[in-house]
Write a protein that binds this ligand. Sequence first.
Ligand code: BES
Ligand code: MN
Ligand code: MN
Length: 480
Amino acid sequence: MSTQDALSWLKDHEDESIERLMQWLSIPSIGTDPSYDEHTRAAGQWACEHLRQSGFSVELRETGTPEDPGHPIVMAHCDGSDDYTGPHVLFYGHYDVQPVDPIDLWESDPFLPVRKPAEGAMGERIVARGACDDKGQVMMFLEAMRAVFETSGMPGGGVKFTIMLEGEEESGSVNLENFVRDHRDELAKTDVCVISDTGMLGRGRPAITYGVRGLAYTELTLIGPDQDLHSGLWGGKVPNPINELTKILAQLWDADRRVTIPGFYEGVRELSAEERKAWSDLNVDEAAALRGIGLPPEAGVGEAGFTFTEREWARPTADINGIVGGYTGPGAKTVIPSKASAKVSFRLVDDQDSEKIAKSFFAWLEERTPAGCKWKFEDHGGGAPATCATDSAPLRAAAKAIEVGCGIAPAMIKSGGSIPVAGLLKETLGLETVFMGFGLEDDRVHSPNEKFELDCFRMGAKSHVALVEQLRHIESSVNA
Ligand code: BES
Ligand code: MN
Ligand code: MN
């Protein structure tokens, strides 16, 4: 297997690689919306076909139960060459994408990918839902696999790979836990997980992410009178569920913006002086980041005693993600609504437990129930946080591969986002994960006009080709 040959192949066939990515992106695999189920499956099947062409043995496996089926998981495998002594790598990615709304803000159809020329700071890019999260990033790996197979004739370039592509990541990976348990023996044969679903430190600054936050997602409804009421006749005499709900939710943070739920910070690991120094040395430009989202520098607020970066990478947070109730149509309507509800989520860090956090939040709300009212609670699940080893042989191989692929050594960063599979694999199989991601802060993931820049795509594809060689240099399959 020659890295040089595979890198040349990538260069010579780049337009075809981009074409294939655009084809995949045109399949609207909105996993959370059941009316897109057929398309979501089609996107999984599309990936199966791509992997088969690169010499993998591939299956589309069902998830859930016959009564309540989930989206299928792509499982692919290659054995590795006879002389391969490196780790058995589990590559994870997801082929589902977020819903497109608000659709009016898209400049082009989210499922008619367009290739746009460079403009200002932005390089040449593909605009489509999923362009970065995660089809574009999975595609860097898939095309790297195609390149090594085309040039060496060996599937995976001779590395032992298991590939698992999920269709429910954006809807909380609800069937993944059972799937991992049911396929425990097969997955336990792998030594380390590699994921491309995170970001870089900035343009031209590739990174390895060594930790992601966890998530607990909840929904609550406060129910007052059994009917909507005239606010002139009833206002000021009976509980208005919106008034009461917002008053309660406003108590979630104290003056230091710390979360007030008792026990919330239990288990949260202290930041070490070394880590604080290392992060501060990364020179993250807070003002520029705020400017990029239309905010002035004074808008950078959060938990007292922590920096902009520390708040995202190392501290848990609470956020109201949606709040509804009463009259929201055009014009005025004087009404006391019968109920009000909110979606509230918590980003978690090691060693918080998402189920425990949801339970203590509900108990906290229960204690504050306004007289005569009642609650309806729903736990939408979430995922565990994961911090991964920074000194393992696979991580060193990934760092070297990025250096080869990008011409610059990666920064070591964490991310505030969540990728539930990492915590799950660590808990159930003791697997470490290496996050090799190539997204940019302004990629608008989950938002209208999501894009992925071709320079990022190139860096990622080249780094994954180089990873093959680096893995082949590891002498024992012991994950150390
Ligand atoms: N790829 C993202 C998470 C991410 C983005 C991590 C950027 C690091 C940098 C992933 O697809 C995602 O959106 N996860 C959800 C998790 C959820 C739906 C359980 C999240 O973080 O909100
Ligand atoms: Mn993702
Ligand atoms: Mn996402």
